[in-house]
Design a protein around this ligand. Structure first.
Ligand code: MN
Length: 226
């Protein structure tokens, strides 16, 4: 049960490398296996980055900037998120993955940060992928706070940023655990779960330098039941 199922996207290397360096055993999963079967054989689920979640899934018409994910990904990943939470299988969600988890739980999204949030910071710095874009303020006492305790500067973490969407209303059962100075939600977690944590930035891009290795290490420990 030590396998970590990683949802497929176009660039897998950094996700897989981050998990391996934390002692994890990742396996890519796509639409050829049901979410229930994946959750039954995997010890953990990692939901990766990618395109936008169809806004119809949270009851909105698409903003002109809507950039759909690969066909089938929304339904597959939403079902996978629900199955993982239902079975209390450890779940780490990154960027689009955080948005998927939120929509799966009935939350809503900001569809386009630059046009919807006055005074927003720049949340889209494509390259280099580990470039620091902005800080986030982490909620004291949260799981994220505990995991990153040694890396926090006060309550602040420096993060990269490649997203034009974000969580607007967090799904029931989730607590927002990090925000950018402009108010954009950057992390959330589900306290009732063994490990269910979502971040809007891309910690996987830092595997060479290890800034977010504690996040992957804590996830891997939860997968092992430690
Ligand atoms: Mn950001």
């Amino acid at each position: 049960m030590g396998l970590i199922a990683v949802s497929q996207n176009r660039r897998m290397t950094d996700y897989l490398e981050s998990l391996r360096r934390a002692g994890g055993d990742p396996v890519e999963v796509g639409g050829d296996e049901t979410p229930a079967a994946i959750v039954a054989r995997a010890g953990g689920i990692l939901l990766t980055g990618g395109g936008d979640v169809d806004p119809a899934l949270y009851g909105e018409a698409p903003h002109p900037s809507y950039d759909a994910a690969e066909p089938g990904r929304d339904a597959f990943e939403i079902a996978l998120a629900r199955a993982a939470i239902e079975a209390d299988v450890p779940l780490l969600a990154i960027c689009r993955g955080m948005q998927v988890v939120n929509v799966a739980g009935g939350g809503t999204l900001v569809q386009d940060i630059p046009s919807e949030i006055a005074g927003a910071l720049t949340h889209s710095i494509p390259e280099p992928r580990f470039a620091i874009a902005h800080e986030v303020w982490v909620t004291k006492g949260s799981r994220l706070w505990t995991i990153m305790a040694d890396r926090l500067d006060g309550e602040s973490l420096q993060v990269n940023s490649r997203h034009h969407q974000a969580v607007r209303r967090a799904a029931d059962g989730f607590e927002v655990t990090a925000t950018a100075p402009d108010g954009v939600i950057e992390a959330m977690e589900r306290p009732a779960s063994r490990f269910c944590l979502a971040v809007q930035w891309h910690p996987e891009n830092f595997w060479r330098t290890g800034e977010f290795r504690p996040l992957f290490e804590h996830f891997v420990r939860a997968v092992r039941g430690e």
